[in-house]
Structure formats: structure tokens, C-alpha cells
Design a protein around this ligand. Sequence first.
Ligand code: UD1
Ligand code: UDP
Length: 354
Amino acid sequence: MKILTIVGARPQFIKLAPVSKEIRKFATEIIVHTGQHYDENMSRVFFEELIIPKPDYNLGIGSKSHGAQTGEMLIEIEKLILKEKPDSVLVYGDTNSTLAGALAASKLHIPVIHIEAGLRSYNKRMPEEINRILTDHVSTLLFTPSEVGMKNLKNEGITKGVYNVGDVMYDAVIQNIKIAEKLNKFAQFGLQEKDYCLVTVHRAENTDERNRLEQIVEGLSQIKYSIVWPLHPRTRKFLKQYAIDLSKFPNIKVIEPIGYLEMLILMKNAKRIITDSGGVQKEAYFLKTPCITLRDETEWVETVEIGVNKLVGYDSELINKYGNQFIVDFIDKPLLYGDGRASEKIVKILKSIM
Ligand code: UD1
Ligand code: UDP
């Protein structure tokens, strides 16, 4: 059995880590890195920290418009599928790398395995929503992180080959939080536990519009806690373009994007997390830190329903209000997104049917 795995963006390296470990117990895995993310701290750091095998191929596509980026990936992935002749192609999540892998494989009649299938924001202005819908509709095996994912797929008529296995990102958290604690990754930041808010922003809807980004910064600047903000390169680019100078706000401390182990420990020890990231919303819940989400809707609806996640959009007053006072009692909260063994379950299913 030969599986060609396509990854390209930061969250995909983190999802790949636990799954790859399991896959390699029974199959040959060829890892293709599209090169969508390429800075050391957006790519290599994850392969090193999480001990992920070095990609067999790096397509080096880099940053481009959606059409050019996805199109170039499609051309190169098709060549690799023809060369490697895999039994299936595995894709993760909802990035342009996901869609390119799924399209290339499905047109060559190679079964597509989609991990993190079935998520929907029902907002088609998000590039990720287009990527997910199209990928799900050409996939042969779809692994969802929750019952909601199963339901969303059923609503679109997809019922065959669908399995709710839980979230592979929970596997990654469980496997790595102890390592991060043991390595004492927190000390280097000079912070006090539960005395700062951790912020991440990178969603196109927030970065690409000056007014939204300004409102978010305005809200953050009014929070009485220190703000630690590992800045995504996309956001750095737009802040510069709009001449928004974060250094003039005394409570905001900008840092470079950090490795996953550092991120885990910063999330765990934060008073609150303020984010528009998909992965970070769930990690906040796994690590029992209240989350304030800078979006109008979320794919991770369960976190909002059980009260651990608050949607505030880009409203500076709400960001300020919840940033200062959102408190969550995590006792008795239900277990969402499986039991931390999603990767094992995926591989068990693959073994039994492929
Ligand atoms: C992409 C995904 C998004 C995911 C995010 C994870 C798509 C459409 N978007 O968004 O779903 O949540 O990754 O972080 O696939 N850049 C660098 N160095 C890098 C990578 C990017 O400087 O290593 C800068 C470039 O200016 C680039 C911009 O960031 O134009 C955006 O990168 P891109 O990969 O296109 O989208 P993301 O916003 O990272
Ligand atoms: N992350 C990280 N370092 C950072 C910011 C995020 O390791 O500086 C991790 C985060 O913990 C999560 C993943 O990257 O596991 C989320 O990636 P991102 O927010 O870029 O994408 P999304 O999940 O929104 O697609």
C-alpha cells in the first residue's frame, strides 16, 4: 500500500505528525510539501520539533494568487502521481494545497482520503470554504472530527465512506504538551502564568480589509492584560501596508511565529486566547483556556455551544469586553472531538478497507 500525502501550510504539518506515525506502521508514505508555506518558522520548525520525516518532494510553489498557486500545485502534483503511482492520495483540512491534491488525484481516478472532512462555515467568501466543499465532493474516504461534520456531509448527499474518528489535532496536543512542559518552553518568554492574552490573526477576511484590522488592533490595545502576538507573515504584510504600528501600544508584544511546542505552552498558560485560527480555537478548548474568536461564524460550532468560545467578529468593543472578562468554568464540559486516538482509528479503517 502506497499513500501519497500532500501538505503545504503550517496547520497541515501539525496534523500530519500523529497520522504519519501511524500510517508508516502499515504502508509506504510519500510526503509531498507544496511549498505554500516556506519560512523556517512556518514550515521547517514543525518537521524538526515533531520529528516528521523530511518531505520526499518539495514543490516550492510559494506565495501567489489563488488561481496561480492552486494551478501550479495541480500541475506538479499530477506529475508526481503519475510518477509515484500511489494507491491513494491523502489531504488535510482546507487550504489551496488540499484542493490541488484532491483535484489532481480525483481526475486520475486515484482515491482521495480527506482528513478533517465535513467542516462548514457556510460563508463562501472564505477561500477555505470553497476548498473544503470541493475536496469533500471528490473524496472517497472522509474522516470527520465530529458528529457535526457527519451531518454537514449528509446534508450535501455525502454518506458513503464517511467516518467520525475525532480530531487528529487532539492527538497532536496530547502527544506534545508533556514534551513542551518537560522542555520548559515557557521560561524563555518572561511571562507570568494566566497574566497575558495570546493572540493570533491571519484570516484573509480580517487582514485584507484595513478597517477590520484597525478595529481588531483597537480592541486589543484596550485590554488590561499583556498581549502576546506571534505575527503571521500575511498579517505582518498587511499591517505594514496599512501603516498600522503595533509598537505604539504598550500592552502589545509582537513576536515572530513560534514552533508548536512553544505555542502549546503559551496557549495553556494564557489567561485568554484571542484568535481567528481554526486550529487554535480547538486547542484553546483542549488546553482549557477561554477563547475569543475574531470571526462572525466558526466551523467549530460545538465550542461556542458549550460556552468555551465567544464569537466577537472584529467589533473592538466586544474584543475589549471579553478580552478583559471572559471566564469559563471547564469542569463538566463535554468531551468534543474524540479521545485523542483519531490517527489510530483512521489507520485501522484504512487497513480494513484498502
Ligand atoms: C493559508 C491557508 C489558510 C490557513 C493558513 C494557515 C489558503 C487559501 N489559506 O493562509 O486556510 O489557515 O494558511 O496559516 O490555503 N507568507 C510568508 N511566508 C510563508 C508563508 C506565507 O511570508 O512562509 C506570506 C506571503 O506574503 C503570502 C501570505 O503570507 O502571500 C499568505 O500566505 P498563503 O499561504 O497564501 O495564505 P495564508 O494566509 O497563510
Ligand atoms: N501555531 C504555531 N505557532 C504559531 C501560531 C500557530 O505553532 O505561531 C499552530 C497552532 O497551535 C495550530 C496551528 O498552528 O496548531 C494553526 O495554524 P494556523 O492558525 O496558521 O491555521 P488554521 O488552523 O487557522 O488553518
